[in-house]
Design a protein around this ligand. Structure first.
Ligand SMILES: Cc1cc2nc3c(=O)[nH]c(=O)nc-3n(C[C@H](O)[C@H](O)[C@H](O)COP(=O)(O)O)c2cc1C
Length: 189
């Protein structure tokens, strides 16, 4: 099987907490972002952007998550709030894929959102190709306005995913995949 197809058929997600350091180098992060930005994009609008979280910046973003959690659940125990602050510390590198989809005279917003999904998927695949594992997650804080403001998202921007990237613990166990005869049909007149 050609290498590229083997990569595509062996990719699988890891738990964020299982992704260890060392994370990708600066040059590898450039490769990840280059591949992530090479996606179909109707109208060439670039309807997505990326935010890279590394090192202590992950903790600073985590503080915003903890603050939002405390505001949502004022009765939360201190250890629960502290655990929320560690959300982005699970993997050495987290890249947020931000959708910038907006109304446009010609290009439907839906297509712009799909392009952000393609960017996130390319990012996950590029990580796999470089020998890293990835976890594309959103969790509650992707939808919390306080967190989005703290991360610098404009009102119309949305998180397509926080892609966690790091060294996987070993080959992943796969999960059952949908049988092709249940998801694909051949159109006949
Ligand atoms: C937009 C999006 C958001 C996701 N958010 C979460 C999440 O918050 N938590 C989670 O456990 N999985 C989430 N997932 C699912 C995982 O990324 C992954 O697909 C799942 O664990 C199955 O693993 P697989 O990629 O090996 O099929 C999300 C997937 C997508 C496409």
């Amino acid at each position: 099987m050609p290498d590229a197809l083997k990569l595509l058929t062996t990719r699988r997600s890891f738990k964020a907490v299982d992704l260890a350091g060392p994370g990708p180098s600066a040059a590898e992060i450039d490769s990840l972002l280059t591949v992530a930005s090479r996606v179909p994009d109707h109208g060439k609008l670039t309807p997505w952007r990326f935010i890279v979280f590394e090192g202590e910046a992950r903790r600073a973003a985590g503080a915003a998550i903890a603050t939002a959690f405390k505001a949502k659940y004022p009765d939360a125990k201190p250890e629960q709030v502290a655990a929320e602050g560690e959300r982005l510390m699970r993997a050495p590198l987290v890249i947020a894929v931000v959708s910038r989809a907006a109304p446009h005279v010609k290009i439907p917003e839906w297509e712009q959102v799909l392009s952000a999904g393609a960017a996130a998927m390319n990012l996950v695949l590029a990580a796999h190709a470089l020998g890293y594992g990835a976890s594309w997650i959103t969790e509650w804080y992707a939808y919390d306005r306080g967190v989005l403001d703290a991360l610098g998202l404009k009102p119309h921007e949305r998180i397509a995913g926080f892609v966690h990237i790091g060294k996987p613990p070993g080959p992943p166990e796969d999960r059952p995949r949908p049988p092709l005869d249940e998801i694909a049909t051949r159109f006949s007149a």
